[in-house]
Write a protein that binds this ligand. Structure first.
Ligand code: PLP
Length: 376
């Protein structure tokens, strides 16, 4: 099979599988005071060091969560709980993942003032469009690093710098799910106070994520209980998956640039082939992440083409996995031409994909375009 839906989820790598197995063997509770617990605690400490080093932050600034959705919800509701009596304005964009968009909607219902920045006509969000909205009442700015539907890389570094310049109290949160271990960056490069990341997008299992919170940034916990994770995220820690997450990150970290280059050349190969074909379009513009390419085959509905490709054992996504066949408002916001909205497919790669796989995809798209157009 040819799997090109890596922005939805990835295959668990061998290192993560064996790290999870090690974690299952080491079954102690890291809070226990005896040796069995201590072994589990050691795994957790080592794993935290790995994730912290990959983000370029201190170990004590990294908290393990169940997924990036939990990480982002923690920041959004936790910031509101800590500071919402005094500051009520939240700034975000219209192209965020639902794990950010929905909690922000919820706070709006509770009386927070939400400013949602739309991309301009060219599909780009300018730093100024965000920074100009920051005032002394601004509690939180939550902006993603890489959009999951087109791979658009947002100028978060410039945005957060400008936000802090205007109001240093404003908490800057970045959803880095589609950039962590894919683009070469450290937390200081983007200047965010809080960063959400997820294991299953980078070859660890589903059900593990992490949240970076810069020292000194006050956010109240989402869950209260036994006081694990320095009281910030109660609940007995998932040692097998924490270990697997760190193992996957440990494997990827040394080769970020090399893998980026490989993905970039695969993307270019795909885009060149598509631009030579009639009736296909590439929605992702040049500065986008090489790992996500949004394309369209004119007049063929995304789902129809998706299932045609599936019949050839080629797996892609229609728009994004989270939109489940619904017309994506994010694609509209990103100014993808209306004629392509129903025909968009998301091709999301790893550096392990090959040119032969891209050849097979393109030839299946051509066959699909020709045969499906006849029965439309
Ligand atoms: N943010 C982005 C940009 C994503 O693509 C996803 C997953 O699709 C998430 C957040 C949610 O991650 P998780 O599945 O770990 O909750």
């Amino acid at each position: 099979m040819i799997y090109l839906d890596n922005a939805a989820t990835t295959a668990v790598c061998a290192a993560a599988k064996s790290a999870a197995a090690e974690g299952f063997e080491c079954f102690g509770n890291p809070s226990s005071l005896h040796g069995v617990g201590l072994e589990a605690e050691k795994i957790m400490r080592r794993s935290r060091e790995t994730i912290a080093a990959a983000l370029g932050v201190k170990d004590k600034e990294v908290y393990f969560t169940s997924c990036a959705t939990e990480s982002s919800n923690t920041v959004i509701f936790g910031a509101a709980a800590a500071h919402g009596k005094r500051r009520k304005r939240i700034i975000t964009t219209t192209i965020e993942h639902p794990s950010v968009a929905r909690p922000v909607d919820e706070l709006e219902k509770q009386g927070f003032e939400v400013v949602r920045i739309s991309p301009g006509e060219n599909g780009i969000i300018t730093p100024e469009s965000v920074i100009s909205q920051v005032d002394e009442n601004t509690l939180l700015v939550s902006i993603m690093h890489v959009n999951n539907e087109t791979g658009y890389i947002l100028p978060v570094g410039e945005i957060f710098k400008g936000v802090k310049h205007k109001n240093k109290e404003t908490i800057c949160h970045c959803d880095c799910v589609q950039s962590f271990m894919k683009l070469p960056f450290k937390a200081k490069d983007i200047g965010a106070d809080c960063i959400s990341v997820s294991g299953h997008k980078l070859h660890a299992p589903k059900g593990i994520g992490a949240l970076y919170v810069k020292s000194g940034v006050r956010i109240l916990p989402l869950m209260y209980g036994g006081g694990q994770e320095s009281g910030f995220r109660s609940g007995t820690e998932n040692i097998p998956y924490i270990n697997a997450f760190a193992a996957a990150v440990g494997e990827l970290e040394p080769t970020i640039i090399e893998r980026y280059e490989t993905a970039l050349s695969l993307k270019k190969y795909l885009c060149d082939k598509l631009s030579a074909l009639d009736g296909t379009a590439v929605n992702s513009h040049e500065g986008c992440s090489p790992y996500v390419v949004s394309i369209a085959v004119e007049r063929i509905k995304s789902e129809t083409m998706l299932h045609f490709l599936e019949s050839r054992e080629i797996y892609v996504s229609s728009g994004s996995a989270c939109s489940k066949g619904k017309k994506s408002s994010v694609l509209q916001e990103l100014r993808i031409p209306a004629k392509y909205l129903d025909s968009t497919l998301r091709i999301s790669m790893t550096s392990d994909n090959t040119r032969e796989e891209i050849d097979a995809l393109v030839s299946a798209l051509v066959d699909g375009r020709d045969s499906l157009a006849k029965i439309r």
